[in-house]
Ligand binder design. Structure first.
Ligand code: SF4
Ligand code: SF4
Ligand code: FES
Length: 235
């Protein structure tokens, strides 16, 4: 199976991957360009659909002094682009159970005391690949305005870039999650979620899940190939 057969008609472009020159088909994603160049990417590749936040990447165009960041599975490569996959470790997560807090607004500063240190530098907004106005979300959380913050973070993919750049150790994405949990606990669960949770409890996917956990690397690769071929035949 040739994963790159679909790109054979494209023009080739010169890029730098981690400082090394490579020639790759124009318009493939950063991750595809790395695989095309024989660079194995394991940590840093997940859903390939812009959802899991694993493929954090920094990139730059010639003559542009500003390094940009984004999701490597979503960024199309262009002539002269230089890029590096930049896996970001998750921040430490305090343990709490939202359902057991007396008052989430009061508990916020005990669980996340660093929230008060925000300098409004805006780095978190600048770096967010999802275009979320992160600083604004943090400001509102500081003012205990959870209702407007919760939908702001609907598109957050938990890539952790905002926590990486925060100079005072805030993890804005975790604050966004806190706001979403605080709002959700006041509302009934969506019926679709309850249906799925019931199916999970009834063991509907136990066999499938077990096969994934116990399968050999070869077996898992075979399953991936089968899914890829099925999806490719639909295009
Ligand atoms: S809010 Fe933070 S974790 Fe979420 S997508 Fe933006 S940068 Fe990534
Ligand atoms: S990066 Fe940190 S200090 Fe700067 S605005 Fe965002 S949360 Fe505040
Ligand atoms: S691999 Fe999941 S967002 Fe890119």
């Amino acid at each position: 199976m040739d994963l790159f057969a679909a790109y054979t008609d494209r023009p080739m472009v010169s890029v730098e991957i981690g400082g090394q020159p490579h020639v790759v088909p124009e318009g493939v994603t950063v991750l595809q360009a790395m695989w095309y160049s024989g660079i194995p990417v394991v940590k840093g590749a997940g859903c390939l659909g812009g959802v899991c936040g694993a493929c954090t990447t920094t990139w730059r165009m010639p003559g542009d002094l500003t390094a940009r960041s984004g999701l490597g599975c979503q960024i199309a490569v262009r002539e002269g682009m230089s890029f590096t996959l930049y896996p970001v470790d998750a921040p430490q997560k305090p343990r709490y159970r939202m359902a057991e807090l007396d008052d989430p607004a009061e508990a916020l500063f005990s669980i996340y005391p660093e929230t008060r240190r925000c300098t409004l530098c805006d780095s978190c907004t600048q770096v967010c690949p999802q275009g979320i106005t992160v600083k604004s979300g943090v400001m509102r959380v500081m003012n205990k305005m959870f209702e407007p913050v919760a939908p702001m973070f609907d598109e957050c993919v938990m890539c952790n870039m905002c926590s990486l750049v925060c100079e005072v150790g805030i993890a804005p994405n975790l604050l966004g999650l806190y706001a979403r949990k605080a709002v959700a606990r006041e509302r009934p669960a969506p019926p679709e979620l309850e249906t799925v949770m019931r199916r999970v409890a009834d063991g509907k996917w136990d066999a499938e899940w077990g096969a994934l956990l116990e399968g050999s690397g070869e077996a898992l690769a075979g399953r991936c190939r089968a899914v890829w071929e099925r999806d490719a035949s639909r295009d």
